[in-house]
Design a binder for this molecule. Structure first.
Ligand SMILES: Cc1cc2nc3c(=O)[nH]c(=O)nc-3n(C[C@H](O)[C@H](O)[C@H](O)COP(=O)(O)O)c2cc1C
Length: 188
C-alpha cells in the first residue's frame, strides 16, 4: 500500500478546488494500492516562507514547517489540484513547495488543473519546472478540466463525465507505476 496525498492549491473563500479534489479522491479510492489523504493548503495555512536556513538542510525552526515536513515526508506520491490564476499557478502552492526540499524528492505527481478555455494548462506548464527543481516527477498524463463550472451541480459538487473519469483513471494508473519505480530510489 502506498500513501498518496492530494494537495488543494487554492485557498480563497468560496474556492472550487475542494469539490474537484473530492472527485479525484473518489476516483483514487477505486485504486486499492493507494491510501489517500487530503492536504488542504487553506487549512494548513502556512505563512510566507519564514525559515532562515535553506530547506535542503532540514534545520527547521518553526512548528508549522516541522508539521509540513512530516506530512510531505510520509507521502509516496501526490496529486496536485490547481486552479489557473493569471495564467500561472497559485501563490500558496509555490510557497508550500518552497518550504521543503528533500521531502519532495523522487516522488511522482499527477496534476489536476481547471479553468476556462485553457483548462488550467498554462498553470501546469509553469508548475512543471518548479516541480522538477525539487526532483518531483510530474507525469505526462494529467487531468485538465476546461470550463470546469459546467461540472458543478446545485450543491457545488463536481460531477465528472466519462472523458474526465477516463483521464483520471489513466493518470492514477500511471501514478502507481511511477510510485513503485521511484520508491527504491528513495531507499538507496
Ligand atoms: C485571481 C484569479 C485569477 C484568475 N485567472 C484565471 C486564468 O488565468 N485562467 C483561467 O482559466 N481562469 C482564471 N480565473 C478563474 C478561475 O478559473 C476560477 O475562479 C476558479 O474557480 C479558481 O479556482 P478556485 O475556485 O479553486 O480558487 C482566475 C480567478 C482568480 C480568482
Amino acid at each position: 500500500m502506498f500513501t498518496l496525498k492530494i494537495i488543494i492549491a487554492s485557498t480563497r473563500p468560496g474556492r472550487k478546488g475542494p469539490a474537484i479534489a473530492a472527485w479525484i479522491q473518489d476516483v483514487v479510492n477505486q485504486h486499492p494500492e493507494f491510501a489517500v489523504e487530503l492536504l488542504d493548503l487553506a487549512e494548513i495555512n502556512l505563512p510566507f516562507m519564514d525559515e532562515p536556513n535553506h530547506p535542503r538542510l532540514q534545520q527547521y525552526e518553526h512548528e508549522h514547517t516541522k508539521n509540513w515536513s512530516r506530512a510531505i515526508d510520509a507521502a509516496d506520491a501526490f496529486i496536485i489540484v490547481t486552479p489557473e490564476y493569471n495564467h500561472g499557478f497559485s501563490a500558496p502552492l509555490k510557497n508550500a513547495l518552497d518550504f521543503l526540499a528533500r521531502e519532495w524528492a523522487y516522488k511522482p505527481v499527477g496534476l489536476v488543473s481547471y479553468g476556462g478555455i485553457a483548462a488550467g494548462t498554462r498553470a501546469v506548464q509553469l508548475l512543471k519546472p518548479v516541480l522538477t527543481a525539487l526532483k518531483l516527477v510530474p507525469l505526462a498524463e494529467a487531468v485538465n478540466i476546461p470550463f470546469f463550472a459546467r461540472y458543478l451541480d446545485d450543491q457545488e459538487g463536481f460531477v465528472a463525465d466519462e472523458t474526465l473519469t477516463r483521464s483520471a483513471n489513466d493518470m492514477i494508473t500511471e501514478l502507481l507505476r511511477w510510485t513503485k519505480a521511484l520508491k527504491p530510489m528513495r531507499l538507496a
